[in-house]
Design a protein around this ligand. Sequence first.
Ligand code: GTP
Ligand code: MG
Ligand code: NA
Length: 363
Amino acid sequence: DDDKDSQLKSPIVVVMGHVDTGKTKILDRIRHTSVQAREAGGITQQIGATYLTKEYIAKATARMKEQTSKPFETKLPGLLFIDTPGHESFANLRARGSSMCDIAVLVVDLMHGLEKQTLESLKMLTDRSTPFIVALNKVILIDRCLDWVADEGAPFQLTFQRQKQHTKQDFENRLSGIRTEFAEKGWNTELYFRNKNVKTDISMVPTSAITGEGIPDLLDLLIQLNEKYMRRQLRFKEKFVCTVLEVKNTIGHGTTLDVILSNGTLRKDDTIIVCGMPPQGTIITNIRALLLPSEASEMRERAEYKLVEEVHASAGVRISANGLEHAVPGAHMQIVPRNLKNSKDHAKRREEIEKLSDEVQQD
Ligand code: GTP
Ligand code: MG
Ligand code: NA
């Protein structure tokens, strides 16, 4: 293995689940943002993306030290989170989000159990053999029960052990109910710190997006599982894989593309091949600017962007170029191989562009 080969990319983590289970709110808690409060009707209607560096995650999981003696250590550069809508009418966006992820967090409302889009999400994850964990969110005992003594941002086990006996029992009863529901669908589940068979039993993390309890556990578990079981998949490869999330106007840049780069490298001045609506068809244009959202911001929002020369997978990045008005979201995007970009071999270049155009138009 050379150096390039042992380089790891950030896992892409898709957050899925039934409407209003708290997917966006969990990300808000992690980012210290209030994206959810600004959504129309509190409903997510687009795919979002948020990048966290390992340094950010180290800080966000610092309180895990109070619960375990393991120091935080990772070779992963960070985590790229994809937020998806839970409303039933956005199944296409859930499918798109789940198609580009390495691992998923299925968010379940502890008080509601398995709901319609929970089951739909489970099916999407199964169809692609995507590994996933479950966040048991809105633990009513954590943030609503009178007897629960909240400890803002605490690891779950730490805060749980301090609760009264009947509060603990109440939680165990609800947990057992959810585990039964999963078992009826053929899934073995277990609280992550009781899970002895991580490869067969789905790990569950109780969370509250309101008090932040269990959030350090969620991030820590994602890092650990990716590090332990996904290394092969997460090796950086030059093969280019990129999906267009959104086509939108950006002040000062005209029509831009929000893309998720899952593999390879994007450079300013690259020639991109983008699926376009008929009658215009395929768009072939040069990247004028690459705009990288600032750390721990939601790409959907009018975030601060910094101009970069190149970006490596995994990343969410905004592309500014001419002629993107008719670009189609949801399709793959390609780049003209850099060795052909200024090649004198026009026939070869044309042939390659035709092949890649067919690929992007097929999506
Ligand atoms: P969609 O994207 O529309 O599917 O919803 P979502 O899953 O992103 O849920 P969202 O973050 O919009 O939260 C829905 C509602 O649940 C909001 O009113 C949140 O304040 C509330 N909520 C989210 N997480 C928690 C939690 O942990 N505890 C409590 N009590 N309320 C929560
Ligand atoms: Mg949401
Ligand atoms: Na919502």
